[in-house]
Design a protein around this ligand. Structure first.
Ligand code: B12
Ligand code: SF4
Ligand code: SF4
Length: 275
């Protein structure tokens, strides 16, 4: 019931939608009444116009806010169709494994780099989900495409994080947000890229990401891009001031000291090996 209405609501926002059972993708066997997960993808690809030292997604305004607001508005419309049901929007911070939900919802397949790859939008996309106690089955069919298994991501990974499955401890994206003092080995891995926040290397090498269309997201926020985090940007700011000043950015959540530490690690490399 109501499958047509659900799909139409997502289409109004220019979004595809897939469904799966909550129990198939929940991180824990909790006691919630959720039955269904509605999953969508929001592409964010664009060609950066200048050198940058943060990963591509974080150049844009924070997807937790942008996608979160879109999903909230969709939930309100769903509520009008299903007044007796609950609809909870999530993006990233979610009770479900969003990549798995997207695969079961027919929105793409998982690559060796562990990311969801969509046939049209590659892996430069965010995943959003709505958990509901309504039984909704959109009859999503699993993608027939798959990762080419070319190993370009594994070979390009500076931390060798993809050599045996996925090792988050060696992943630059993980290390740039890890708190505290990094070990010499961890610093060494960070110094193999130029990134102060996040990492795109395995995605940039993936053949599924060639010739991607420029996303609506990037076009909409063309004037709101921040390409670099440097000493000047952070200078003189307390953590509270930093969080307020950059409250619409994905790179704020770990706080200013983690970013200062990452910058110092990269600067130490540049002093060691001047270019
Ligand atoms: C923890 C986390 C991280 C961690 C760990 C990442 C990881 N690979 O597990 C760190 C900090 C490293 C990270 C980094 C990044 N992340 Co992250 N992260 C998450 C988070 C919160 C949970 C992921 C998780 O559960 N990991 C645990 C492992 C065990 O799960 P898994 O990777 O899904 O692997 C299992 C499944 O894939 C399953 N599986 C494999 N094939 C199939 C097929 C089928 C049919 C099924 C059912 C299951 C299945 O088997 C695997 C082993 O159990 C999600 C949001 C969410 N709520 O899901 C975002 C999320 C995965 N991240 C996202 C992004 C964008 C990134 C970065 C690209 C950001 C950046 N530029 O730096 C990097 C990419 C690094 C990389 N190569 O993965 C996006 C993914 C977009 C995409 N295209 O897939 C998500 C979904 C956030 C979002 N809402 O958009 N992330
Ligand atoms: S995000 Fe970077 S460090 Fe992490 S697996 Fe991909 S290439 Fe390796
Ligand atoms: S680079 Fe090759 S192996 Fe890695 S995810 Fe893309 S297609 Fe798969």
């Amino acid at each position: 019931m109501y499958e047509k209405e659900v799909t139409e609501i997502f289409h109004e926002y220019g979004l595809q939608v897939g469904s799966c059972k909550y129990s198939d993708v929940a991180f824990s066997k909790d006691t919630s009444d959720y039955k269904t997960v509605l999953t969508t993808i929001v592409p964010y690809w664009f060609e950066p116009k200048q050198a940058h030292n943060i990963s591509i997604y974080s150049i844009l305004p924070d997807y937790h806010i942008v996608v979160g607001e879109m999903l909230k508005s969709i939930c309100e419309k769903l509520k009008a169709v299903f007044p007796d049901n609950i609809f909870e929007p999530h993006v990233d911070v979610s009770p479900v494994n969003e990549k798995k939900a997207a695969v079961l919802g027919g929105l793409g397949f998982i690559g060796k780099n562990t990311l969801l790859i969509n046939e049209k939008y590659g892996s430069f996309l965010f995943i959003g989900d709505i958990c509901t106690d309504a039984e909704i089955n959109l009859n999503s069919s699993i993608s027939k495409n798959s990762c080419k298994g070319c190993d370009l991501c594994r070979e390009a990974c500076p931390g060798k994080a993809l050599d045996e499955g996925f090792c988050s401890e060696k992943c630059i994206s993980f290390l740039t947000q890890k708190k505290g003092i990094l070990t010499e080995e961890e610093k060494n891995i960070l110094q193999r890229s130029d990134s102060v926040w996040g990492c795109d290397i395995c995605s940039l090498f993936c053949p599924h990401n060639r010739n991607l269309p420029i996303s609506e997201y990037a076009l909409k926020y063309e004037d709101k891009m921040i390409y670099n985090i440097d000493k000047e940007l952070l200078d003189g700011l307390s953590n509270g001031e930093f969080k307020r000043k950059f409250s619409d950015r994905a790179f704020v959540w770990r706080g200013i000291s983690v970013l200062r530490r990452n910058l110092e690690i990269l600067n130490a490399r540049n002093e060691k090996d001047p270019v």
